[in-house]
Ligand binder design. Structure first.
Ligand SMILES: [Zn+2]
Length: 238
């Protein structure tokens, strides 16, 4: 898969691109005819997010600590994900583990990306994440890729969605893409795994491309649509 940026005059309706939950969106500009052929700027992209209500998240327990985003850190979930249809259940299990065993208010991460590039809402971005490793996550925008990347490899869809999240954070919070690191860069951990860590330069390059070009809008899916999408993911249809 990959991005296919439709030019304005080619777009008649939002189009879902591949399985990374990206859609191109048309500009509001009317279609005009011109004798001078000037390349249109590409349409922006929409990265859709499955809200917590749709993936079955438990309520927040306790209180969050507020922070300002100053950097971006990439993680893996650390659990081998053989079949992507298990991703929503894994997310629920991880949230339970983080709340019950770790005593944290919510899932540790702000966003999670499954192997097919679907993006799931985690804890609010304005809230500091959590970790059981030796670094302070204050200021970190936490992107987690579902999987165990010392023993499996991230998919192109997954990397694309992670890049989209970074590009969005660049726009939304003004955080530099030069701050994107792997968890292992700041703590004693193998996270985000060797194979995902090896792809970080490509993720950063792709995020630059998205930020410099069309830009990425992060859009939370309507509950009913998101519930349907989660059902499709869990049945292996998408
Ligand atoms: Zn991590």
């Amino acid at each position: 898969m990959g991005f296919e940026w439709l030019r304005r005059n080619d777009v008649t309706a939002p189009v879902t691109l591949g399985q990374a939950s990206f859609e191109t969106v048309a500009s509001d500009s009317p279609t005009t005819t011109s004798l001078v052929l000037v390349p249109d700027p590409p349409a922006s992209a929409r990265l859709t997010v499955i809200p917590k209500t749709a993936w079955g998240a438990a309520p927040v327990v306790g209180t969050f600590v507020e922070h300002q985003i100053t950097r971006i850190t990439v993680h893996h979930s650390g659990s081998f994900l053989k079949d992507n249809q298990n991703a929503p259940q894994r997310l629920r299990d991880h949230q339970t583990y983080h709340q019950t065993d770790q005593g944290w208010p919510d899932l540790a991460y702000h966003y999670v990306v499954d192997r097919n590039g679907h993006v799931y809402e985690g804890r609010p971005v304005w809230a500091v994440g959590d970790t059981n490793t030796d670094y302070d996550p204050t200021g970190h925008f936490l992107i987690c890729c579902e999987g165990e990347f010392n023993n499996q490899t991230p998919t192109p869809d997954q990397l694309e969605a992670a890049a989209g999240l970074a590009a969005w954070a660049r726009t939304r919070y003004g955080v530099g893409l030069d701050t994107v690191i792997g968890h292992r860069d700041v703590a004693s951990t193998s996270c985000p795994g060797d194979t995902l860590y090896a792809e970080l330069d490509q993720v950063i390059a792709r995020a630059h491309h998205l930020f410099d070009g069309p830009g990425v809008d992060l859009v939370t899916l309507d509950d009913q649509i998101a519930l349907g999408l989660v059902a499709d993911i869990e049945s292996g249809r998408v």
